[in-house]
Design a protein around this ligand. Structure first.
Ligand SMILES: [Zn+2]
Length: 165
């Protein structure tokens, strides 16, 4: 049974609305944290979103932007702002693979659900292609945010805004 076109359009509109909502939430987190701190320091959400050092929340963890295909994964060894050593011990970031795995499962589920809703349960090939393409496109973000989340959750580093080395 084919889904009526109107229903497909409504689902699409809802998806766009949802994404817009996420975007304004991100903007709110950025601006909210900047308003709280007069000296333009990052709140924890803002710091995570921007990939900042967990100790000073000023220095960048990564050298290049996520759209830099060759360099998206290159990290600074030490924080450019406070000198914190990001890889505290050899192999510290192996644990980030588990975060990455969880994110991949999330991407898989959300993409599959969208394909199911938008294309009225198409063939298995369509799912495989869609999940493959979306995962590949999001790989740089997945890689970076896995390391960022892992650092913030498990490095045990405390926020020290005025620390300099
Ligand atoms: Zn730092």
């Amino acid at each position: 049974m084919a889904r009526p076109p109107l229903q497909q359009v409504l689902i699409l509109v809802y998806c766009i609305y949802f994404l817009r909502h996420i975007w304004s939430l991100a903007l709110w987190l950025f601006s909210g944290s900047n308003m709280q701190n007069q000296n333009n320091q990052n709140g924890v959400f803002s710091a995570v979103l921007k990939g900042k050092c967990p100790r000073c929340r000023q220095g960048d963890m990564f050298k290049h932007s996520p759209v830099n295909l060759k360099g998206f994964g290159a990290m600074h060894r030490y924080c450019p702002s406070c000198g914190h050593q990001f890889e505290q011990e050899p192999g510290f970031y192996y644990g980030a693979m588990y975060v990455s795995y969880a994110v991949s499962v999330g991407v898989f589920l959300v993409t599959s659900l969208l394909v199911y809703l938008l294309f009225n349960n198409p063939s298995v090939t369509a799912y495989v292609i869609a999940v493959g393409v979306v995962s590949a496109l999001l790989y740089p973000l997945n890689f970076r945010y896995s390391r960022i989340f892992f650092t913030y959750l498990f490095s045990g580093v405390k926020y020290e805004p005025n620390r300099k080395e």
